[in-house]
Design a protein around this ligand. Structure first.
Ligand code: HEM
Length: 440
């Protein structure tokens, strides 16, 4: 079930699979694909991926070209997915209701993020660098320097569903430092279901296969061959769907493992306030030669907030409980977090430390890993008239590769995400603009 959720990830336009897509909708999807997805795929060049071999990074399958192809493939697949053309491009079962949504004026944009589409709220914040000995040369500035920041709280559930169901939550902190910006992109689950971009791509392809199987209708079986007919029909359908998804059957065992980890991530995520979670970078980073991961954890504010930050029973059962909780808590005062870093454990191989995400450093290392606080984040009381609008929040572009000088995201997933987020966020902004203009 979670797999089908995954398949739908970002396919917010797959609203009515059983309906017949209109020619107009299908043409619109094709136009948007050609104009805004394919140009992003072809814009990927050699310079989009770099590694620091001295810090233990290695190319997927030992080849930069190979890794670039996988990244292009993911952009193509996820871009199409966001257009609602996820499984079989010509399938009449795949409908987008773009034109209906847009022409009805119910909203002035349609294409949301492929991942973490539901923003609970974007809030202004302050980010204060703390004196620390982890980064002796400073970290986003000298100790005690304060920057403005914006936090986007989100849910990774594929469609903007109810907050009363389990789901991995996200927080992206955009630190504004004059003409430089540093984004911290985090989620509440410390592991990732795949170690590298290829395994992630296989996860998408298997999802496509499963979705394909569920939408190709079975004929009424009037054949005298009975069960044999069913068997051959199912076999040909499975083969057709596998071919269409471009999934290599030999990758099946590994990909089933990824699916199970994906599912565990959802199931293990409790339903609670955005102020009660720890948020993890999941992937490693380097600052100069120091390799680390970061985490954001709830902290006590200097100025106490009289509101209880945790969910009350009505928030816990509300479709928009996370947003209502943020409004209630920040309506009364501030909420605070610490930004902590953890150093690469000395007993892990480069592969385990840099190119592997399905288990955390804490799980892999035989040492107890120390956390060092390097910054404080304060989300102040909301001021009426200064809120960040939902559209501005959706149009924000966060990227784990948008970092201050000297920083470098490490590992296949992390370096692959940089061009993927860059191109797909550009795609959704451009395609939404196109849709808005169509309506004028
Ligand atoms: C190959 C692996 C991954 C792919 C293909 C991927 C893909 C994406 C895409 C396409 C977006 C939307 C970008 C946009 O339109 O602005 C996104 C957002 C996001 N992803 Fe990932 N992602 C990957 C790994 C991760 C990991 C490891 C984390 C863990 C921290 C993560 C956390 C998030 C969060 C929190 C957001 C929302 C950011 C925001 O609020 O703007 N993703 N991801």
């Amino acid at each position: 079930m979670i797999l089908s959720k995954f398949v739908a990830s970002g396919a917010l336009l797959l609203a009515a699979q059983s309906s017949i897509a209109t020619v107009e909708q299908s043409e619109l999807r094709d136009t948007l694909d050609v104009l805004y997805v394919q140009d992003k795929v072809s814009s990927i060049t050699d310079s989009d991926l770099t590694i620091r071999e001295d810090l233990g990074e290695t190319w997927l399958n030992g080849s930069k070209e190979y890794e670039l192809e996988v990244v292009k493939d993911i952009i193509n697949q996820l871009g199409k997915l966001q257009l609602g053309t996820y499984v079989v491009d010509d399938s009449p079962a795949l409908i987008t209701n773009i034109s209906e949504e847009i022409t009805s004026g119910r909203q002035d944009y349609y294409i949301l993020r492929d991942a973490h589409p539901k923003a609970h709220q974007c809030v202004n914040a302050s980010f204060t660098v703390e004196d620390n000995n982890f980064f002796p040369d400073g970290f986003l500035g000298e100790g005690n320097i304060q920057h403005d920041a914006i936090v986007r709280f989100s849910s990774s559930n594929p469609s903007p569903d109810s907050d009363a169901v389990n789901g991995v939550r996200g927080a992206a902190v955009k630190v504004l430092m004059g003409d430089q910006t540093h984004d911290f992109v985090m989620q509440t689950h410390p592991n990732f279901p795949t170690d590298n971009v290829e395994q992630f791509s296989n996860l998408i392809k298997l999802g496509r296969t499963q979705n394909c199987l569920s939408i190709v209708p079975d004929p009424d079986n009037q054949s005298p061959w009975g069960p044999l007919f069913d068997f051959t029909y199912q076999l040909s359908k499975a083969t057709q769907c596998l071919v269409q998804s471009d999934f290599n059957i030999f990758d099946l065992p590994e990909t089933v493992g990824s699916i199970m980890r994906f599912q565990e991530g959802f199931e293990e995520s409790p339903i609670k306030s955005a102020f009660d979670f720890d948020y993890f970078s999941v992937t490693p980073y380097a600052y100069k030669d120091i390799v680390f991961k970061y985490e954001v954890s709830p902290a006590i504010c200097n100025e106490p907030n009289s509101e209880n930050k945790s969910f009350n029973p009505s928030e816990a059962n509300d479709t928009d409980g996370l947003e209502k909780n943020i409004q209630r808590v920040l309506g009364a005062g501030s909420a605070c977090f610490d930004l902590n870093v953890v150093a690469r454990p000395t007993d892990l191989s480069d592969k385990d430390a840099i190119e592997s995400l399905i288990t955390t450093w804490d799980e892999k290392s035989s040492h107890v890993l120390e956390r060092v606080k390097v910054a404080s984040i304060v989300v102040p009381q909301l001021v009426q008239g200064f809120e960040i609008s939902p559209v501005a929040c959706d149009e924000m572009r966060n990227n784990n590769g948008r970092v201050a000088d000297g920083f470098k995201p490490l590992g296949s997933v992390s370096r692959g995400r940089i061009p993927i987020y860059d191109r797909l966020s550009a795609f959704r902004l451009e395609a939404n603009e196109h849709l808005r203009n169509m309506n004028k």
